[in-house]
Design a binder for this molecule. Structure first.
Ligand SMILES: NC(=O)c1ccc[n+]([C@@H]2O[C@H](COP(=O)([O-])OP(=O)(O)OC[C@H]3O[C@@H](n4cnc5c(N)ncnc54)[C@H](OP(=O)(O)O)[C@@H]3O)[C@@H](O)[C@H]2O)c1
Length: 214
């Protein structure tokens, strides 16, 4: 939402897809209702790609679930949205960009992609796979004029940020400005904010020490 607002302010034409209808009202905004897990999502996206020359596609859809050992299907949902929805999106958008002679795909991943989290294992695992997939695709598609970026956020002040402690959390607007920066710089990997990295290294180290000691 924050990214759509920022792009509309700059004069872009924006198409959004999500499960709910949007409150965004703008002449240059078009919204489609679809769940990335549903069988109808590929057809909705294909129609968008046929009707518009897509310069930039940002895969934002994401979810997270704390571990409930009695309901492991919720962990599966996280993979379906965070990873497989992104894979389906690349399957439709990247060939269209290749045919058009260029484009840019940005996936919103997370700095949690380097953690093995006992609290929300599917979140960090799905983001690890997403980061790896995007960074693996990037060099192959670069030859076709398509730039693929893995944008790894820390904490952003949205309903997704559920952790008890959220160091260095930024606003959705600041995060949207970083997506804009990523659109401009087109790196394979971008991490924001970098000052969160030492905190996550300490978390990863303490997990490794606990595993070693047990
Ligand atoms: N917030 C953070 O701290 C944080 C940190 C690192 C990375 N990220 C990543 O940044 C991305 C954006 O998250 P956010 O913080 O902006 O969360 P958000 O406010 O919950 O936004 C998630 C977006 O995804 C859409 N969405 C969710 N599930 C969907 C589904 N099954 N099908 C289609 N659309 C779906 C939601 O719209 P509907 O509800 O209408 O479907 C919403 O537009 C996510 O991938 C998240 O993992 C967030």
């Amino acid at each position: 939402m924050a990214l759509s607002e920022l792009l509309l302010e700059e004069g872009w034409r924006v198409v959004g897809i999500s499960r709910r209808s949007s409150t965004l009202q703008a002449t240059d905004y078009e919204h489609h209702v679809a769940d990335v897990r549903s069988g109808e999502f590929p057809a909705v996206l294909e129609q968008v790609v046929e009707r518009h020359a897509v310069d930039v596609c940002v895969y934002c859809a994401g979810t997270g679930e704390f571990l409930d050992k009695g309901a492991l299907q919720k962990q599966r949902t996280v993979f379906d949205v965070n990873l497989l929805g992104a894979v389906s999106t690349t399957q439709i958008v990247l060939p269209a960009m290749v045919r058009a002679g260029g484009g840019q795909f940005i996936g919103l991943s997370s700095q949690a992609d380097g953690l093995a989290s006992p609290d929300a294992p599917s979140y960090s695992a799905s983001k690890a796979a997403l980061s790896s997939y995007l960074e693996g695709l990037a060099p192959s598609f670069r030859r076709d004029g398509v730039f693929i970026s893995n944008l790894r956020f820390g904490f952003v002040d949205t309903k997704m940020a559920k952790a008890a402690a959220r160091p260095f959390m930024v606003s959705a607007r600041v995060a949207a400005e970083q997506v804009r920066r990523c659109m401009h710089r087109r790196p394979v990997r971008m991490t924001y904010p970098k000052r969160l990295l030492p905190v996550l290294w300490l978390v990863a180290l303490s997990t490794a020490v606990r595993r070693w000691a047990s």
